[in-house]
Design a protein around this ligand. Sequence first.
Ligand code: ADE
Length: 249
Amino acid sequence: MDFDIITIFPEFFNGPLSHGMVFQAQKRGLIDIRIHDLRDFTTDRHKTVDDRPFGGGAGMVLKPEPLFRAIRKIQAERTLSSRKVILLTPQGKRFEQPQATQFSTLHQAILICGRYEGVDERVTQCLVDEELSIGDYVLSGGELAACVFVDAVTRLLPGVLNNSSSVINESFAVIENALNLADGCILDYPHYTRPEDFEGERVPDVLLCGDHKRVERWRRKKALEKTLKNRPDLLQYATLSEDDKQLLG
Ligand code: ADE
C-alpha cells in the first residue's frame, strides 16, 4: 500500500515512521510512504501556503492552489484502482478500528495534514473523499493524526504481522486482542511476563497452573472487568453470554 502525506512539516515524519513495525514494513516493500512538502507546490517567492479567511475571523486557512497542485500531481503519477484522498481534521468522521480495516484494502491513501484554522473548503469539496478525526480533541495539525492512520492501517496489511492474506480473517480475533472486535468489542485482558515475583507483586497463580480452560475463563473475566471499568460504553455493543454475566457478578 502507498501512503502519500502532504504536509508543511515534512521533517515531522522522520521520527514516527522510522521505527518498529511501520519501518519494517517499508524495508520489506509492503508499504511505501512518500512525504510531500506543500511548499514545493507554491509558485511565489515566499512559498505561501496560507491566507486570511474571507468573512473575517481568527487564524489562517490553507490556500487551495498548492493543495490542488500537489494532489493532482500525486494522482497523475500512477493509475491505481483503489485510492482515497483523506483530510485529517477534527471536523472529520471518527477514525476507529473498523475504518482502519476498511482503509487497509486500499492501494493508495493520499493524506492531507490540515493546519491553522482549516483548509479551503473547495479542497474538501472537490478533492477529498473522506474527512477523518482521530478523536474529540483539537491537535495543532493533522501530522500526528496521519501517523496514527499509517500505523493503524499498516499493521492490518497482509504479511506485516506475519499474517498471510489467506488467514487474515481467521487470525483477526487473535491479532486484534487489544480491541477484540470479533467478540463484539471488549478490551484486552491483562498480560504478565517474567519475573513471577516483582518487588512482591506476584503474577496471578491461575496463569502458572497450566490449565488452559481456567486461564481462558480468568482472561475473559478480567477483560470484562476492565471494559466495565474503563469503557462501559463498549459493553452495550458486546454480546454477553450468561456465563459472561456471571463472571461480571
Ligand atoms: N487535526 C487537528 N486535530 C485533529 C484530530 N483530532 N484528528 C485529526 N486531525 C486533526
